[in-house]
Design a protein around this ligand. Structure first.
Ligand code: BTN
Length: 341
């Protein structure tokens, strides 16, 4: 590892904080007594008091009322490893979790972790990236702790064909999950890797795999998701093209719950691809209601030449289908497409 990468240190998921948060969150509006927490943690009451102070320092508001106990009145509005662990456990995900306050790129960190023996699958989440990478060598702006920078790594050891639609399924599963947080506006996928709402991008996906003669060694699914950031503060060059879930919904969202739901969605997509869970629909059926391009005139590059046609969905191979003026359908298998104004 270079000096640069050695600077990135994960913040541990503190077990006691997870237990305290679970008890307090399950109780909701009710108070939880200090002695019950002390018993659950196997520590003294003053020790519980100290742990609650630590949570307060980390952005939680915790009320303490004599003879009644404690309850949470406000959650932090940034990623918090123990809170995220609670949310993952609540929705049934046992995936390994590593949280970095700052990292160069969660995808790069996932590669380094697997090389140093981290058991997979695992998710890496970060509040900031210093070298966030987008598709086609682009930069992914990663300075806002109100957004999510996520990578999920799997070691499948299966033939590459089995995971060739993984990113498309991930887009489908993530879009469906996010729609439940943002029910007021349709969330769509712009083939192949962008999540859009009303023509503006709010997330991008970047999947990277290591393949050898025996199959896929590792696959890293990366997602940059604008959650609570304010689009007016986005860099000038993307301001008119990008949005966030907060801007779409009109209210800030619970960042850690959204992150957990997204990680679960990636696990679900992986399960569909490797056949351990049932997608219930074919790829093109599942894609169809979420297709941001359907019916639009788009331009793409095919065999080195620019072509323009009407997007009419994807085929079972994941290629974008363009209906050409002469009635033929052309399949676009890779690259980017642009919408004709
Ligand atoms: C794109 O739209 O070009 C894809 C953007 C992918 C960005 C995410 S942020 C988390 C992960 N780490 C990276 O360096 N990139 C991906």
């Amino acid at each position: 590892m270079s000096d640069e990468t050695l600077r990135f240190v994960p913040r541990a998921v503190d077990r006691d904080s997870v237990l305290i948060l679970k008890a307090l969150l399950e109780a909701g509006e009710a108070f939880v007594s200090g002695s019950l927490l002390a018993e659950q943690l196997g520590v003294s009451r003053p020790a519980v008091h100290g742990k609650l102070d630590k949570l307060r320092d980390e952005g939680f508001e915790v009320e303490a009322v004599r003879n009644r106990g404690y309850r949470i009145s406000k959650l932090p509005d940034v990623l918090h490893p123990a809170l995220l662990r609670c949310a993952l456990d609540r929705i049934g995900s046992q995936i390994g979790l590593l949280y970095f306050p700052v990292v160069d790129s969660t995808n790069s960190e996932a590669e380094r972790r697997i090389a140093s023996g981290e058991p997979s699958p695992f998710a890496i989440v970060s509040s900031r990236q210093t070298n966030g990478r987008g598709r086609l060598g682009r930069v992914w702006q990663s300075s806002s702790a109100e957004n999510l920078y996520l990578s999920v790594l799997f070691e499948p050891n299966i033939p590459p064909q089995q995971l060739q639609h993984f990113t498309l399924w991930a887009g489908i599963c993530i879009c469906r999950q996010l729609q439940s947080f943002v029910p007021n506006a349709p969330l769509k996928i712009k083939w192949p890797n962008d999540l859009h709402c009303k023509g503006r991008k709010f997330a991008g996906m970047l999947t990277e795999a290591k393949i050898d003669a025996d199959g896929i060694r590792s696959i890293v699914f990366g997602l940059g998701l604008n959650i609570n950031s304010n689009p007016n503060e986005f860099p000038e060059e993307i301001r008119s093209l990008a949005t966030s879930l907060h801007a779409i919904y009109g209210e800030p969202l619970r960042l850690n719950d959204v992150a957990a739901a997204v990680i679960r969605a990636v696990e679900e997509a992986y399960g569909i691809c490797i056949g351990s869970s049932d997608g219930q629909q074919t790829l093109s059926e599942a894609w169809s209601p979420l297709d941001a391009l359907a019916g639009q005139q788009v331009t793409a590059i095919l065999k080195g030449s620019e072509i323009t046609g009407i997007a009419v969905g994807i085929d079972e191979g994941g290629a974008l289908l363009l209906l050409m003026p002469d009635g033929r359908k052309e399949a676009i298998r890779a690259g980017d497409v642009t919408l004709k104004k």
